[in-house]
Design a protein around this ligand. Structure first.
Ligand SMILES: Cc1ncc(COP(=O)(O)O)c(C=O)c1O
Length: 574
């Protein structure tokens, strides 16, 4: 292997003052500047003839911030009595697992390899012998690097155009790739690549949600986190779970988090930890995912339903008072769709009653009420990390957060077969755990959550501003105190929902209904409540439609949905 040490300054005769200054600066930092033309014969080479003008353009653009789509990683060079060892490690140097490696050699001197783009593949380029030039482009920025003089890997992020050129006669290039060969990931022509990266590819359909898009974005990080767990041999509990519990508690602004198996169990375990059971009543909204009510049944207590507000679908706090009886022990406000409930109003209604508040924050990771995060607003809160949630695992997961250490400990004991100390079971408990693989994945994703939520907000604002004038379409209200995180974007089309749904599906748009049947009308509750008991919830079930909204949707996709919704109301006005 012929990776050479960093050359002394006067080893490299440079042809231009710019190249000379850059090369000198680069060697001082042992990190190349934005544009390297360090090849001894750079200015004369066929590669330079081809890319020279482009480089000038690129240099002009790169006077500002350093592009983040390619970086140089110094290899670890270990000198040995009989040679040297140059090491590239996935975690330290590349940041992605390697699933494919190949060598490029014997390329005719005047020829390149032909450029191409990759949508999600990451690559590390190491010149093992000779020299080669690598040109990387993304979003109109270009970086050119001459590889071969220093023991470095050029690490190229996803979504880049790359071009290997100007091979020296003896050049051998090792390429480490984040995935195996997949023709669908290639973009072979420059104009197709530019169309793709500027999002100008015509939209012909929009999925409601495609989780593989998130994996394209952060798959390598997730894989490395999962591998960490597999390697550790700690498959139940352990440091990954503790680390996530601590970081999520502090994200929510509470002192404690207990990781559990799923959101339903987070709710029911907290109720049980409070000693709520047979003979007790818990107030829940009539419009929610069924788990909110099932959690109450699970502990043997009785769910008492309250109708909701039409504009938000959230529990109607004014109706809570009428539902309170001497048996009421708790209320579960649901921050449905990622919009917080008016917690001050709810607290005022419950003042001096001793009735506890358990937030159902399954859809509200990161949402804020008057500046405070959901999860820190009640006595305790339950989260779900179901894969489609704003913060979703790669399987089931859930968590309880609370400021009270004694309640957290009681819930943790119940979730651990009723034991604090192994084989000593103080209460009749169950087994409900957040597993370390999920915790490791969630830790990775927590680092992206605020950015993803901000993107959801942008897309929701686009819907809100583009659909506001449609007669017959009702948009979700955003209360003055709320910073919602748009887990769902629910619109209402009273009397025309099913026709709108069909129209959007015919346009190739994935839609959903959250939820088509109110809690009291579910078959599992037959006989408990009469039809018509909660008219707003029933009206919502008949009129709601959820439009696609995920951080991975492009603006063009959301505009496609907007156009399709508008065409429905324009073509078939009431
Ligand atoms: C409002 C609400 N509560 C509770 C749950 C239950 O969470 P899980 O699916 O993790 O049991 C969900 C998730 O689907 C939910 O949306």
């Amino acid at each position: 292997m012929a990776l050479q040490p960093v050359p002394a300054e006067d080893d490299t005769p440079a042809r231009s003052p710019v190249a000379s200054k850059r090369s000198a600066a680069r060697r001082r930092e042992t990190q190349p500047g934005p544009v390297s033309t360090a090849s001894p014969d750079a200015a004369d080479s066929p590669w330079h003839a081809r890319f020279g003008p482009l480089l000038t353009e690129a240099e002009a653009r790169l006077t500002g911030a350093e592009p983040d789509f390619v970086r140089m990683a110094d290899l670890q060079v270990i000198p040995m009595p009989n040679g040297s060892l140059s090491v590239v490690e996935v975690s330290r140097h590349l940041g992605f697992p390697v699933h494919r490696a190949y060598f490029i050699s014997d390329v005719p001197v005047s020829e390149g390899r032909g450029g191409h783009g990759h949508k999600s593949l990451r690559q590390g380029f190491i010149c093992l012998k000779g020299q080669v030039s690598l040109l990387v482009r993304r979003n109109g920025q270009t970086r050119a690097i001459r590889l071969g003089q220093t023991p470095q890997a050029a690490v190229v992020e996803r979504g880049c155009w790359r071009d290997l050129n100007d091979f020296s006669e003896d050049a051998v290039v090792l390429v480490l790739a984040s995935d195996e060969y997949d023709e669908a990931d290639y973009i072979r022509s420059r104009s197709d690549f530019e169309t793709w990266e500027t999002g100008q590819v015509p939209v012909t359909s929009v999925p409601y949600l495609d989780l593989t898009r998130q994996i394209d974005e952060i798959g390598p990080e997730i894989e490395l986190a999962m591998r960490r767990v597999v390697k550790s041999g700690r498959f139940i509990g352990g440091p990954e779970v503790t680390a996530f519990e601590q970081s999520f508690a502090s994200y929510c602004g509470t002192g404690q988090m207990v990781g559990v198996g799923n959101g339903l169990e987070a709710l029911s375990l907290m109720l049980r930890a409070w000693g709520i059971g047979a003979g007790d009543e818990v107030i829940v909204p009539a419009h929610t995912f069924i788990a909110t009510a099932l959690a109450v049944d699970a502990v043997g207590a009785t769910p008492v339903l309250v109708d909701v507000e039409p504009e938000t679908g959230l529990i109607d706090v004014d109706k809570v008072t009428a539902a309170i009886t001497s048996r009421t022990r708790a209320v579960i406000p649901v921050h449905l769709y990622g919009h917080p409930v008016d917690m001050d109003a709810l607290r005022a209604v419950l003042a001096d009653t001793g009735i506890r508040i358990l937030e159902d924050a399954a859809q509200a990771h990161g949402a804020r009420y008057r500046g405070r995060r959901c999860g820190s607003l009640g006595d305790a809160a339950a989260f779900s990390f179901y894969p489609t949630k704003n913060l979703g695992a790669v399987g089931d997961g859930g968590g309880i957060v609370t400021g009270r250490a004694d309640w957290a400990q009681a819930a943790r004991r119940l979730a651990n077969y009723g034991a604090t100390e192994r084989y000593h079971h103080e209460v009749v408990g169950t087994n409900s755990r957040l597993d370390p693989v999920q915790a490791a994945v969630l830790s990775v994703k927590l680092g992206h959550l605020d950015r993803w939520n901000a993107r959801r907000r942008e897309l929701a604002d686009l819907y809100l501003s583009s659909l506001a004038d449609l007669d017959g379409l009702e948009l979700p209200a955003v209360r003055a105190w709320a910073e919602p995180v748009w887990h769902v974007f629910p619109v209402r089309a009273p009397g025309r929902r099913d026709a709108l749904l069909r129209h959007l599906e015919e346009c190739g748009i994935g839609v959903n209904i959250h939820y088509p049947v109110a809690v009291h009308r579910q078959s599992c509750y037959a006989g408990r409540w009469r039809d018509g008991a909660f008219p707003v919830a029933e009206g919502l079930a008949a009129s709601l439609l959820s439009l696609p909204l995920d951080p991975t949707h492009s603006e063009a996709e959301i505009r496609f949905v907007i156009a399709a919704v508008r065409s429905f109301f324009d073509e078939a006005p009431r």
